[in-house]
Write a protein that binds this ligand. Structure first.
Ligand SMILES: Cc1cc2nc3c(=O)[nH]c(=O)nc-3n(C[C@H](O)[C@H](O)[C@H](O)COP(=O)(O)OP(=O)(O)OC[C@H]3O[C@@H](n4cnc5c(N)ncnc54)[C@H](O)[C@@H]3O)c2cc1C
Length: 491
């Protein structure tokens, strides 16, 4: 396992292929520091003896202790621990912990490459390639990100129907030693601070869409890869330091006729498995949400409760009702994820076939519960912000700047007029509202709300997964029986 320092040292040596604000920048650029702090914590936490059970695992390949973020789930216990580790780690930063995309993509590709290698037309030994990559990923404790979301161009057209065929990442040429890929994956979280980019298809594919059924991994600074990065950092602080400095990044990852050697290719042309890869990454990621979303709610509950206390309204009935709503959403999301873990199996849902054994035996969370939890709690994010807005009042929207809070000409006046609860020191009240503003009203909070809503798939995608996989017929049968109707089989 690596330390935070070793992780950062390696990033510092990577080729410059990141663009932001009109310039090519270094991976250790100041604007990436918040994100590096968050990712760094995933290394630090794994070294703490108290976190050993939650944050480390024993590799099923090497038998060595590895960071759990690089582990392949071997049983339901592993799924529970991933969920709990995610909540635990997100609680330390008050936001997304950023490393789950790698573990979710790795678990999806682990199963897909195994099945695809059995195909008579397999272009290379997909799973053998994958196992070599995975061994290095675990041994060197690398950070992976997942590039799934294609730009998708004209929304109502399939990949093969687009006016521009590059709207979904595709193979433009197969060569004796590898493939050439072109296209762009968008909104790719932490690609700019990742060692490796794992690529999987975005959607189910038709038989004529073989070029789009591609999965591979390349280093983040690989030749033929450009990243255009958006930073999500809260406003800089000078006088009232935060308890933890955080930040996030998302990239347009652009493959400019990028050569990928066969040994880094895990799928190339098998459309049915391409669709499963899309579905499985989304499923593992929605399961991760059942850890991070409750953690976000933990933070929001704390914000709402402290805002109520500072405003002196904590005992009012409407505040209690709003707090109960926040608690119910978070814990329902957690319990759906817990059930998805407990009911996990080495099985996947394939349209037309139903749930079938899939992959080499590694565990996959139950799809219905993972999707239900993600959808219900993901959609709630705007209501959570409505509750925060309701309880806080207008104060965070116009809160004075730090410099005004320390300027001798305004300091005492502002302290007098900001103070609400005489039992709480004014410095504490100021720090609280600054933190509240970071979370709910800063530039970074906007993208975090969009991420909470769309990340892992928009709610409609979860609803499609739920309704296509749920046994609705059996529910109709319950009603037929109780209404004295004929059963479906007897009609
Ligand atoms: C902050 C953030 C971080 C993210 N991180 C990652 C990441 O690390 N890796 C990754 O791969 N992705 C990531 N995503 C992408 C995320 O998974 C997508 O945003 C999500 O899948 C929705 O896709 P989209 O943004 O293209 O929206 P769209 O799919 O364009 O959705 C916009 C609207 O169009 C509708 N729509 C789209 N297609 C159709 C259709 N065919 N028929 C009818 N209606 C349609 C949708 O239902 C929705 O209402 C991230 C997103 C955000 C915001």
């Amino acid at each position: 396992m690596r330390t935070k320092e070793q992780y950062i040292e390696r990033l510092g040596k990577m080729r410059k292929n990141i663009y932001s604000g009109g310039e090519k920048i270094d991976r250790l650029d100041e604007r990436q520091q918040g994100a590096l702090n968050v990712m760094g914590l995933t290394f630090d936490a794994a070294w703490e003896p108290a976190n050993k059970d939650l944050c480390t695992a024993v590799s099923h390949l090497s038998g060595e202790t590895i960071n759990r973020f690089n582990h392949i789930h071997q049983d339901a216990k592993d799924l529970h621990k991933k969920q709990d580790m995610t909540r635990f780690m997100c609680n330390k930063v008050g936001q997304c912990i950023q490393r789950c995309m790698g573990i979710d993509a790795a678990n999806a590709i682990h199963a897909v490459s195994y099945e695809a290698q059995k195909s008579a037309a397999a272009k290379t030994a997909y799973h053998d390639n994958w196992l070599s990559w995975l061994a290095r990923f675990q041994k060197e404790d690398l950070v992976g990100c997942c590039a799934q979301t294609d730009v998708k161009g004209e929304r109502l057209k399939r990949p093969s129907e687009q006016t521009d065929p590059d709207m979904y990442v595709r193979v433009v040429e197969e060569k004796s030693d590898g493939i050439i890929v072109r296209g762009s994956k968008v909104h790719i979280s932490e690609a700019s601070i990742a060692d490796e980019i794992l690529v999987v298809p975005t959607r189910a594919l038709k038989q004529n869409e073989t070029a789009y059924a591609v999965s591979f991994a390349v280093p983040g600074d690989y030749d033929g890869v450009k990243q255009v990065v958006h930073f999500h950092n809260p406003r800089k602080r000078e006088h009232f330091p935060r308890g933890f400095e955080y930040g996030y990044t998302d990239s347009y990852v652009i493959f400019e006729d990028c050569f990928v050697p066969w040994e880094r290719v895990f799928l190339c042309g098998e459309t049915q498995h391409g669709g499963v890869a899309a579905l499985l990454f989304a499923l593992f990621h929605r399961h991760s949400y059942s850890g991070c979303k409750p953690a976000m709610l933990d933070f929001v509950i704390g914000l709402a409760a402290l805002a109520a206390e500072i405003n002196g309204i904590e005992k009012t009935p409407h505040v209690r009702e709003m707090l109960a709503k926040l608690i119910m959403t978070g814990e329902l999301g957690y319990s759906a994820g817990y059930t998805a873990s407990a009911l996990g199996k080495a099985e996947v849902y394939i349209p037309g076939l139903g749930f079938i054994p899939y992959g080499p035996g590694s565990f996959i969370p139950n799809s219905i519960y993972a999707n239900v939890g993600r959808c219900l709690s993901g959609e709630a994010v705007f209501h959570e912000h409505e509750i925060l807005c309701n309880i806080a009042g207008g104060l965070p929207a116009t809160f004075p700047y730090e410099k005004d809070l320390i300027n001798p000409e305004t300091k005492v006046l502002l302290e007098k007029y900001i103070r609400r609860n005489p039992k709480i020191a004014i410095e504490e009240q100021i720090k609280f509202w600054l933190g509240f503003t970071d979370f709910a009203l800063s530039g970074s909070s906007g993208s975090s709300i969009y991420g909470a809503y769309h990340g892992g798939g928009s709610p409609i995608m979860e609803q499609i997964a739920i309704t296509s996989q749920y046994d609705i017929e059996s529910k109709k049968e319950i009603v037929r029986k109780l209404a004295g109707m004929n059963p479906a089989s007897g009609r």
